[in-house]
Design a binder for this molecule. Sequence first.
Ligand code: DP6
Length: 383
Amino acid sequence: MDAVTCTAPVNIAVIKYWGKRDEALILPINSSLSATLSQEQLCAKTTVAVSGQFTRDRMWLNGKEESLENPRYQNVLREIRRRARKRKIAGEGKGTSLSDALSWHVHICSVNNFPTAAGLASSAAGFSCLVYSLAKLFRIEGDISEIARQGSGSACRSLYGGFVSWNMGEKDDGTDSVAEQLVTENHWPELQILILVVSDQKKHIGSSAGMGVSVKTSELLRYRAEHIVPRRMKEIETAIQNKDFQTFAKITMQDSNQLHASCLDTYPPIIYLNDTSKQIMHLVHKYNDFCGEIKVAYTFDAGPNACLYLLEEDVAGVLAMVNHCFPPIEQNGDQYIRGLQVEELPIQKDLKESLGFTPLSPGALKYIIHTKVGAGPQVLPST
Ligand code: DP6
């Protein structure tokens, strides 16, 4: 038996992927760009084992056995084995256990340290971890983002640290629809992320089904993909390279808003944001107005949880404001803010007045995760 254990990160897009031009190969209608989050707070961990004793391929997710019949898993496993076989035929790995391993079955065991399907990009971390682990096990070299993409589109971006773009590509076979690192995790260390978890419930319509209906019915989505995203990709790449927070933050908010506008333009409409999400958006704009420049940017995926991008020097001020507006009920030790210890969060008196905000009902915000941009997947030492 041969086994490998790896971890892989979550990523949060600032230019959103929404819509496929090929559903089977998972080819997008537009390019997208994301930040990879530190694995200290959020990650998937997967062990893959291959053995002549196993009678079939099997998988356990968070301790429960799941079927591998889903075509996404089948595509990933087939593609991994095809690539490994190609290596063998090319002469490499001859005489090693690779030839045996190729005729054996795999067992996959994966856990997330965060709620699945809560809009926290769990499928991205999960599929990128699966593909990375299998690639290590079968000693596959070269770009594997094309394989991860076939598990879940956004998963291809979780294979690298820092900021990562997924170029939509043009070819029908998808060989040019791959992820690419723009800058490493050390490029912009001042940039921090706060995830405001509004709900850890499963979303009412998953992103794959949602984007399928949007592609069929939203003219706004088509216009966005053709005319707006190409321009925004260039602008945000330059902003990230120059660490220009003002431009980065504005485009991030605009692109999130356009994703949700396209969802509302879908027929029947799709609504992922709830009242708390909208209050967070409103609050961010009020806070930025009060400060006279953009201090914090929000972005929302296919769910109500907010992801805030901000600079380190503004974390305490923003947390004080959030704490004032959303009193936590589950504040107990570090349960309230994971990844950060905050003793006291004083809010400026004039900001409180300017917000004109009545604190919301306790529990509107479940908890906050404080994190930063992090590295790509890691192989864990075998024990
Ligand atoms: C809103 O990657 O989950 O998070 O390719 O069908 O698996 P599939 O979809 P998925 O969609 C993610 C959509 C998004 C935006 C983004 O991450 O770019």
